[in-house]
Design a protein around this ligand. Structure first.
Ligand SMILES: C[S@@+](CC[C@H](N)C(=O)[O-])C[C@H]1O[C@@H](n2cnc3c(N)ncnc32)[C@H](O)[C@@H]1O
Length: 444
């Protein structure tokens, strides 16, 4: 019996939503069990269901007498897998339903076959007879709660509404979109225009080149191995927002640089590509297992860094007592700027996590400030859109550290730091992730 992709998808979504595991950990485990194109389909289904979870649950609520609970929860997600395919993919409905129903055998509960078949066929009939546009246009229908309409948890919607009263809907809608694939050209190998030519020759089309960093947004995602020279380290995958870090850090020839939350190493490598004649770069991360990716990236790009497992909040076990000229702190954060790339964040992150993260960010900031040379520069970065992790965190830090001075950024001179939001910062250009940067210098 061949492996049923819908069964794998239901298991993966169950592991994320009910067991709190990360999609980045779970999906590759399930993808290992299938070949080629099926890996892509599995990814599409898992991402899609996690993007539209509240809406899909709302769609099936009226079609079942009672929800599937306990040991049957994986079948609850299997139904959502079926509904997602009917509603959002080009898979013919009959194939979506029959493949999803067939998954019950692999999930070892043939008794639920009839129920799942019935629910999906009812959904298919009601969906065909009453399209989404018609449902939305129906003025008698009760308005959907925001959590269902925007497919985000209520606590997060309230926070975004309060912070961005004009833009909150655009931000939530941008989080639902499939992000563009951005590439970073290793300018040690090719200048941007030469790499453009290689893309043209490979018939890979791109829609935009961001002027300040040279980040290139492709017109559509491609297999990395099709990118000219990917294996040889000519190019990497990195969002346009993350590609601002090396430029803003602005390390100089001969500098000692610390990247203190480094895994998987995207920014460490970019710093080394951007300023090849640094004295040294030390990349640390608290999760030793994640440092494997840092080493792989360095190796592919033929770059050198000192890679150490360590806690950035306590440097006694890893620091060599020599101060750094530049420090990048890409802090552990809520990840609320990268929901479009990691839709599981919506269901894994809880409102109470934010306070814990704020304390951790403060502890790391306090400790690494003491490792910075007088006159040195610290670049604080997060992939969060919440001001408490960003501008407020930096304002507090400056208020409590007389030797810390904010360097204003031309990108956003009137604010404390530079807040990029998914979608809205870029207007009609391809969107970047939500990100935050603040640059501090230490008094001499
Ligand atoms: C936003 S990610 C870093 C991404 C990385 N800079 C890049 O560009 O590829 C945050 C990292 O901080 C690490 N981290 C969390 N707490 C830490 C701590 N106390 N000390 C060092 N690293 C920590 C996490 O393991 C995670 O890899």
């Amino acid at each position: 019996m061949s492996i049923n992709i819908r069964a794998l998808a239901a298991r993966c979504i169950y592991a994320v939503v009910d067991q709190g595991r990360s999609l980045a950990d779970e999906l590759p485990k399930q993808q290992e069990r299938v070949e080629g194109k099926d890996k892509g389909l599995l990814q599409e289904i898992c991402y899609g269901v996690l993007r539209y979870l509240p809406e899909l649950e709302n769609d099936v609520r009226g079609l079942m007498k009672k929800p599937l609970t306990g040991k049957q929860r994986v079948f609850h997600f299997l139904i959502l897998v079926g509904v997602y395919q009917i509603k959002y993919t080009r898979i013919p409905d009959h194939a979506a339903v029959s493949e999803t129903v067939a998954a019950t055998a692999q999930l070892k509960n043939k008794h639920l076959k009839g129920l799942i078949n019935g629910v999906l066929r009812n959904y298919q009939r009601s969906y065909q007879g009453n399209s989404q546009a018609e449902q939305e246009a129906d003025s008698t229908a009760k308005p959907l709660p925001d959590a269902i309409k925007f497919n985000h948890p209520s606590w997060f919607i309230k926070k975004v509404q309060a912070t961005y009263p004009e833009q909150w809907q655009n931000i939530l809608l941008a989080n639902q979109e499939k992000p563009p694939m951005w590439i970073r050209v290793n300018q040690q190998h090719h200048c941007i225009s030469d790499y453009q030519q290689l893309l043209d020759e490979a018939e890979i089309s791109y829609q935009y080149i961001e002027p300040s960093s040279g980040a290139i947004a492709l017109s559509q995602a491609v297999d990395v191995n099709k990118l000219p020279g990917f294996g040889a380290g000519w190019v990497s995958i990195q969002d346009g927002a993350a590609q601002q870090a090396a430029r803003l850090l602005d390390a100089q020839q001969g500098d000692r640089v610390l990247d203190c939350c480094a895994a998987p190493g995207g920014k460490t490598c970019h710093i080394l590509e951007y300023t090849p004649d640094l004295a040294e770069v030390t990349a640390i991360d608290i999760e030793e297992s994640r440092l494997v990716r840092v080493k792989e990236n360095l190796e592919r790009l033929n770059l050198d860094a000192i890679v150490l497992a360590g806690d950035a909040a306590k440097s006694d076990t890893w620091w060599d007592n020599q101060l750094f000229d530049r420090i990048l702190l890409d802090a552990p954060c809520s990840g609320t700027g990268v929901i479009r790339r990691h839709p599981d964040i919506k269901w894994l992150r809880k409102a109470t996590d934010i306070d814990t993260l704020l304390v951790l960010q403060q502890q790391i900031l306090k400790n690494i400030w003491s490792l910075l040379k007088p006159g040195g520069t610290l670049l604080y970065a997060t992939c969060s859109i919440l001001p408490e992790e960003n501008s407020e965190q930096i304002k507090d830090f400056i208020a409590n550290n007389a030797d810390a001075e904010l360097i204003s950024m031309p990108e956003d001179e009137s604010s404390v730091g530079w807040q990029l939001l998914p979608h809205v910062n870029q207007q009609d250009k391809p969107s970047m992730d939500g990100f935050y940067y603040a640059k501090l210098t230490k008094a001499k």
